[in-house]
Design a protein around this ligand. Structure first.
Ligand code: UD1
Ligand code: CA
Length: 458
């Protein structure tokens, strides 16, 4: 294959067995759509071009993939896998001397290493078709590989005889074709079978009859060929990906104390010497620095965490940034747009949204801080609440460096607290407070001597 090869991914089917409104190949596997996983594998084999056959929800699929990386071919009606390949006929005709790698779009576990021997064998044997087979303990649902003395063909399970169904060697759904021979055979595929579909697998029999050279490569990596047809198979595939991700991270120097309960999305990056306690979930495009500790039940989504950060138990962090040596939790909730600067601390039952907490500032207990900019070395007392919403609009609170907000304060936004200003506990602050001053707004305490005793004696 010195002249290279073209790859074709089959992804036009709805995925009926998934019982979903969303096309099967767009379902997320640890943060990546299934089709993206297949495409990543294919791209690592360096094809000259990648075609994806789409049909059901083709616009949604197109949106997911950058133009330029792949070309889409539309199969209007989904009449079977052979019919799907035919949808690319015009493109393929121009490349008839090349080889075509066809892969089902529902094989999210296949690694490039596993496909390389197939490609090498195809080239070495100069075959018209080489397909990848695997010996499975439970071959249910797969096409079976039938061999007679001189030929080899694939029969779908539905159309197989009881004896054929006992065969454990299956078609994995990955094929290499010489394009010229494929284009010759495809129009001859019929749909006279139980499903009334045009099966790509019938090309085997047709080519064999024509005396074309068919080969197969039996892979040892049978675990990679879960063809995800149902949600249960999806769960099984996710389990494999999850374990792989955890293994990769440990090899990169991350301590994962309990792999069984740790969920880390495929796009997440984590630095050396970070320790992950049991039952931690890290999703999306999160990046975690070095030497962090993430304690149990931490849930992080699309966030950036610096180095030597401590996230204490039961903390939820979404679309936020936490800088080096900060500490968050236990029981904190950082909603989108929160920024915790260096060495700042957020404690239990503190909720933040679109709020910057300056370097070395602290908000340790029971607070709501929304649409708020807090400079460095500020102390936000227990029970402080920014009243940022007037029922129609959100307003901002600004707290300057070194200010001290006493416990139980309500800050009615928009409002500004000056540098080093003090707010007396229990205040409701409606006006800006100038630097270095004290603001208190609460009723003066009155005391009526013996009031309680008189009430009792009435
Ligand atoms: C297919 C193979 C079977 C093999 C198994 C491996 C055929 C006929 N059978 O069965 O031998 O053991 O994969 O997992 O190929 N698609 C289209 N257009 C269509 C129909 C399907 O693009 O008209 C796409 C689907 O979106 C899917 C892929 O082709 O990504 C395979 O289709 P699927 O229905 O999952 O085939 P299986 O029954 O799994
Ligand atoms: Ca399948």
């Amino acid at each position: 294959m010195n002249q290279g090869f073209i790859a074709l991914i089959l992804a036009a089917g709805k995925g009926t067995r998934f019982k979903s409104d969303k096309v099967k190949v767009l379902h997320s596997f640890l943060g990546k759509p299934m089709l993206r996983l297949v495409l990543d594998t294919v791209l690592r084999l360096r094809p000259q071009k990648v075609l994806i056959v789409v049909g059901y929800q083709k616009e949604e699929i197109r949106k997911e993939f950058k133009p330029g990386q792949v070309a889409f071919v539309v199969q209007k009606e989904q009449l079977g896998t052979a019919h799907a390949v035919l949808a690319a006929k015009n493109v393929l005709q121009k490349k008839s001397d090349m080889d075509l790698l066809v892969i089902n779009g529902d094989l999210p576990l296949v690694r490039p290493e596993t496909l390389r021997p197939l490609m090498a064998l195809h080239k070495k044997e100069k075959n018209a078709l080489t397909f990848l087979s695997a010996e499975l303990e439970n071959p249910t649902g797969f096409g079976r590989v039938i061999r007679s003395d001189d030929t080899i063909r694939v029969v779908e399970e539905r159309d197989a005889s009881p004896a054929e169904r006992k065969i454990k060697e299956v078609n994995t759904g990955v094929y290499l074709f010489r394009i010229r021979d494929l284009l010759e055979a495809l129009p001859r595929v019929s749909n006279k079978n139980k499903k009334k579909e045009f099966y790509l697998t019938d090309v085997t029999g047709i080519m064999a009859q024509e005396g074309k050279k068919i080969g197969f490569y039996k892979t040892e990596h049978r675990g990679e060929f879960i063809g995800v047809n149902s949600r249960y198979e999806m769960a099984q595939a996710i389990e494999v990906l999850r374990e792989r991700k955890i293994k990769d991270l440990t090899e990169d120097g991350v301590t994962i104390l309990d792999p069984k309960t740790t969920w880390i999305d495929l796009n997440v990056r984590i630095g050396e010497d970070t320790v992950i306690y049991p039952s931690v979930i890290i999703e999306g495009r999160s990046v975690i620095g070095r030497g962090c500790r993430l304690y149990p039940f931490t849930h992080i989504k699309d966030s950036e965490i610096g180095s030597r950060v401590q996230i204490l138990s039961s903390t939820m962090i979404e679309e936020s940034i936490i800088e080096d040596e900060a500490q968050v939790g236990p029981f904190s909730r950082l909603r989108p747009g929160s920024v915790i600067r260096k060495r700042a601390k957020v404690g239990n039952f503190v909720e933040m949204k679109k709020t910057v907490l300056g370097s070395q500032s602290k908000a340790m207990h029971l607070s709501y801080l929304g649409d708020c900019e807090i400079k460095g070395k500020v102390n936000v007392g227990a029970g402080t609440i920014t009243c940022n919403y007037d029922g129609k609009k959100k307003h901002k609170t600004f707290i300057d460096e070194g200010a001290f907000i006493g416990s139980g304060t309500q800050l009615i936004a928009p409002v500004k607290i000056g540098k080093r200003a003090y707010i007396g506990a229990g205040s409701t602050i409606t006006k800006d407070v100038s630097p270095d001053s004290l603001a208190v707004s609460r009723a003066k305490q009155v005391e009526r001597k013996n009031w309680s005793r008189r009430k009792r004696n009435k």
